[in-house]
Design a protein around this ligand. Structure first.
Ligand SMILES: [Zn+2]
Length: 103
């Protein structure tokens, strides 16, 4: 039986290894913007988080993104990302369901 390799990434908040597609990527762009990269295509240093708001809150509390992105992430940016996170959470889940449907 052939087994497909699933790329694993570590959630910066809970340190769990998860399939890449189950994680939300936060990227620091070359323009020094910190944004959520839902498609995983943006260039820059990336950090992965479980697609769960609880993990984002944990990252915020422990400043895990600061460490993962090797730069200071201000509270304002965390707040902004948290808002975005809430929005993308739904989109993320539905995208994943679409992908699963294709298989
Ligand atoms: Zn996590």
């Amino acid at each position: 039986m052939k087994q497909r390799k699933i790329p694993l990434r570590k959630c910066v908040a809970c340190q769990e290894m998860m399939p890449k597609r189950d994680l939300i990527r936060v990227v620091k762009t070359p323009e020094d913007e910190i944004v959520i990269d839902l498609k995983g295509k943006k260039s820059g240093r990336g950090a992965y988080l479980c697609g769960k708001l609880s993990c984002f809150k944990l990252a915020k509390k422990s400043k895990a993104l600061d460490r993962a992105l090797k730069s200071a992430v201000s509270t304002e940016i965390y707040d902004q990302l948290e808002q975005d996170f809430i929005h993308v959470e739904d989109e993320f889940i539905s995208t994943k369901e679409e992908l699963l449907g294709e298989e």
